[in-house]
Design a binder for this molecule. Structure first.
Ligand code: PHE
Length: 336
């Protein structure tokens, strides 16, 4: 029988209890219950008895005695918790029926905007366009001034801007044309470049406009590039996206292209405006140290959401960004 005397005086007894705890490997929850009762039962539990006897121990040894009992108590509790967990896990595994066929996990789908993005990259890379990324946070130079949109120019009002600094020199890009400037500053022509990304404008959210949307920007610089080259590429791009479609060029104005045009497609018995384009203004080339006497080029920009609205027959632009799985999972990518 273990008691306070032999517990304190006989290391062997303590070690015996410790060993008993250590080598206790219950096979059933019933074994575990018995083990618990042996140590913790209200009347005859070994730990309960020992704790009761603390009072009888001479004061100067009480602390030491208490420490040993508490140590044992913790060890037992740990053993109980651990064994309980293991036994329950085992029980679960035994219930596992290996003959039931597995169910496939539903994986996500590609966002419609990404599907279209990949599609446009694919179409234009087939004719030698390189894909590059730009920055969503831009400075005034790349978003406006270098693109021939000086301060106080009325066309700045067309792109109601989110400024990120009081001086209004840092902003969220309002269009992807800023990428033209960054790329031309760092590369020598000839080049054909495509970029697709988010742009931001302070617009009221409605079914057809949002404060954030995606644009694709293409530009092409070489010797003797003319408007007919631009038209050929636009026809190729639009026909690849929509199939054979009627296209019309309407003369328009952008500060960074001259001449400029808006492109409409005839879809569902209506003319729909889908992109802006033009021959890059010689001033823009000068701003990035490309000699306009030697080189010329064109650029075009289109809104991805708009194309997707037409293509998928979606009536409300907000659906793209509501993260409603029922909407999103309907889109199947041809690439993944
Ligand atoms: N950056 C123009 C816009 O956002 C679109 C555009 C791009 C027009 C390239 C001409 C050439 O409205």
């Amino acid at each position: 029988m273990i008691n306070e005397k032999n517990l304190l005086n006989n290391n062997e007894t303590i070690n015996k209890i410790r060993k008993e705890i250590k080598y206790f490997h219950p096979k059933t929850l019933d074994d575990l219950k018995k083990f618990k009762i042996k140590f913790f039962s209200r009347k005859k539990g070994i730990i309960t008895i020992l704790l009761k006897k603390i009072k009888k121990i001479p004061i100067y040894r009480r602390k030491e005695f208490g420490k040993i009992i508490n140590g044992l108590k913790c060890q037992i509790q740990e053993k109980l918790d651990e064994s309980n967990y293991l036994l329950k896990e085992n029980e679960k595994n035994e219930k596992f029926d290996y003959t039931v066929p597995g169910t496939t996990i539903e994986i996500g789908s590609i966002h419609p905007i990404s599907i279209l993005k990949n599609r446009i990259i694919n179409i234009l890379s087939n004719i030698g366009f390189t894909y590059v990324d730009g920055y969503e946070i831009e400075d005034d130079w790349h978003n406006f001034t270098a693109l021939n949109i000086p301060l106080l120019h009325p066309s700045r009002d067309m792109q109601d801007t989110f400024f990120l600094s009081k001086k209004k020199d840092i902003l969220l890009r309002t269009h992807t044309s800023s990428i033209q400037i960054r790329y031309m500053e760092n590369n020598c022509p000839p080049f054909r470049v495509l970029s697709i990304g988010k742009v931001y404008r302070n617009e009221t959210i409605s079914s057809h406009s949002n404060y954030m949307f995606h644009q694709a920007e293409g530009f092409y610089i070489d010797q003797n590039v003319s408007f007919s080259h631009l038209k050929t590429i636009i026809y190729y791009l639009i026909n690849s996206i929509f199939g054979k479609t009627k296209i019309r060029f309407r003369s328009s104005y952008f500060p960074f292209t001259e001449p400029s045009a808006e492109v409409d497609i005839y879809y569902d018995k209506k003319w729909l405006e889908i992109m802006g384009c033009g021959i890059i203004d010689p001033k823009v080339l000068e701003n990035v140290n490309i000699d306009p006497k030697n080189y010329s080029g064109f650029a075009f920009g289109l809104g991805i959401e708009r194309i997707a609205l037409i293509l998928y027959g979606i009536k409300d632009i907000r659906l793209y960004f509501n993260n409603d799985i029922r909407f999103l999972k309907q889109f199947k990518s041809e690439f993944f």
